[in-house]
Design a binder for this molecule. Structure first.
Ligand code: MSP
Length: 518
């Protein structure tokens, strides 16, 4: 049993419909997972939902539903969007499932027995909206708290706390010694800046049942439930543990899985998350894992946040992008392509409908779509769709792009990979303009030259299908089908030049990205 490439996303709060931010993160993770599979690696891709906590409880109450019924309904929206988006997750965790809850309780019991938690009474200001304690440092110059905190009440509360302070220097040393642990680099520097300038406060891990009952009960004190992060972060190991991962058997003092198909997953290779939850993943999570005696994930990859038209995405102001509506109008691959091409993993991005349409028109319809359509249509028209003898004029260009794409994919540099792939699209379109196959076809003396040009174009389309598969798998499959090839272009090795055999009959060309007149 060899260890699989294990990749995860953040698990989304179930307090509303899935939005652009959720869809972007799942798409990015899906491309990395598909790329690794196409390299021949065994992959396990986990995503899911974070269902406990006050916000979910309140959102359910506002609709007059029990939290579980509310979560069950929304879970279907998330699952169905991931299906529509072509997300190839291997499992879907919901934190209200017994398999997760039992593991969280086992971990908590073990850490409690090991003296990792202590109780402390906290007296101070508390924002119910943000579920957080506030201090006088959080007051604005006029002495009031930011209205974003909602109602702020005085609270005296005893809770369980997890010791973090003693681990601060160890974590700094670890991050500095493992430069790929937090990516991109500037996000690592943010975390180091925080760790070096502020004393790490211990983490509150409980809420009294009297105030919040929608959570996992602490196994050692029934008056409390687990506060969100000790529940949510643990999803990354609870699912592997229940799938029998031997690396996790000792974490919860449980027997290694008894299932026939035991999986070896932990440590995760990449946790893909948004920048807002980096501290939880790069500071709290490593310390929690160390306390459990477990190795740390190899990488936390933090992406930026989307805005729409330069403003924060917000349900209340109606400034939203509905991924389902975009997919229904433009197709799933147009959505996947736009978010991956527009926004590199790291900085913040801005969705504009005009920008979306411009990329659709220029890069998909006129770029890739036009190349494939005219290459295959000419092969059909001039050679009855039968592939001519092998030729390799574009082979050096293709080989360079194949190598660059592979390197970028291995480094999770998805935008750069697309740029490399489009350099081949542009090169091949330019090749059509330069060689003018439509003129060659008029001169019988140029038949051999026309054969060469048509082979180069058809083979470039085939190579492009393989390179594009992780990004826009539906389109890649269509290109393969139009080339008359069976199966999916899902193995990266197939990108080697020369795979299209002479004498092979292609299928029917059809536009990949219909032009939209708007
Ligand atoms: N439940 C926690 C995560 C727990 S992980 C153990 C959570 N949920 S969330 O629903 O608020 O966010 C889920 C993911 O979506 C996060 O990685 C977050 O950064 C991402 N995004 C939420 N809004 C976003 C944008 N506007 N743009 C890009 N990603 C954003 O946090």
């Amino acid at each position: 049993m060899s260890k699989r490439f294990y990749i995860t996303t953040a698990i989304d709060y179930v307090n509303g419909q899935p939005h652009l931010g959720h869809a972007y993160e799942k798409t990015v993770t899906d491309v990395i997972a598909r790329a690794r599979r196409s390299f021949g690696q065994e992959v396990f891709f986990l995503t899911g939902l974070d269902e406990h906590g006050q916000k979910v409880q309140q959102a359910a109450a506002a609709e007059g539903k029990t939290p579980q019924a509310f979560c069950d309904e929304l879970a279907e929206s998330f699952r169905s969007l991931w299906q529509q988006l072509g997300i190839t997750n291997d499992d879907f965790i919901r934190t209200t499932e017994p398999r997760h809850k039992e593991f969280v309780q086992a971990i908590l019991a073990r850490l409690h027995a090991a003296g990792q938690f202590y109780t402390q009474t906290y007296e101070g200001w508390y924002s119910t909206k943000e579920e957080t304690f506030l201090t006088d440092k959080d007051r604005r110059p006029d002495g009031t708290f930011d209205p974003a905190y909602g109602e702020v009440i005085k609270l005296s509360e005893t809770n369980y706390w997890f010791r973090l302070g003693a681990q601060q220097q160890w974590l700094i040393d670890y991050i500095e010694a493992n430069l790929s642990f937090i990516q991109p680099d500037y996000r690592r520097n943010e975390v180091l800046g925080f760790l070096k300038s502020q004393k790490l406060e211990d983490l509150c891990i409980s809420r009294p049942v009297a105030r919040l009952n929608w959570g996992i009960p602490l196994p050692f004190d029934q008056d409390y439930v687990t506060y969100v992060w000790f529940d949510a972060l643990v999803n990354y190991i609870s699912i592997p543990a229940t799938l029998g991962d031997p690396a996790l058997a000792k974490a919860a003092n449980s027997e290694p899985g008894t299932q026939n198909s035991r999986l070896s997953l932990w440590p995760a290779d990449i946790h893909v998350i948004g920048k807002d939850i980096l501290k939880f993943h790069a500071v709290y999570w490593p310390i929690m894992l160390k306390a459990m005696g477990l190795p740390l994930p190899k990488q936390v990859l933090a992406h930026g946040w989307w805005q729409k038209d330069g403003a924060k995405i917000s349900k209340s102001t109606g400034n939203v992008v509905d991924p389902v509506a975009v997919i229904n109008e433009w197709g799933v691959d147009a959505f996947r392509f736009y978010v991956l091409r527009e926004l590199d993993i790291g900085p913040d991005g801005n969705w504009t409908d005009a920008g979306f349409k411009a990329r659709y028109q220029a890069e998909l319809a006129n770029g890739l779509g036009n190349l494939v359509n005219r290459s295959l249509s000419m092969l059909k028209r001039y050679r009855s769709g039968v592939v001519p003898a092998h030729a390799d004029e574009l082979a050096p260009d293709a080989e360079k792009v194949v190598a660059a794409t592979r390197a970028r994919l291995e480094a999770s540099q998805l935008q750069d990979a697309l740029l490399a792939i489009w350099s081949l699209v542009n090169r091949a379109n330019q090749y059509v303009d330069q060689t003018k196959p439509f003129s060659l076809a008029k001169d019988p003396a140029q038949a051999k030259r026309l054969d060469e040009v048509l082979y180069n174009l058809a083979e470039t389309c085939r190579v492009l299908a393989v390179l594009l598969w992780p990004f826009i798998p539906g389109t890649a499959a269509k290109i393969y089908a139009q080339l008359g090839l069976s199966g999916e272009p899902s193995q990266f090795n197939a990108a080697k030049w020369g795979g299209l055999p002479a004498g092979h009959a292609i299928g029917e060309p059809a536009p990949l990205f219909p032009r939209k007149d708007q």
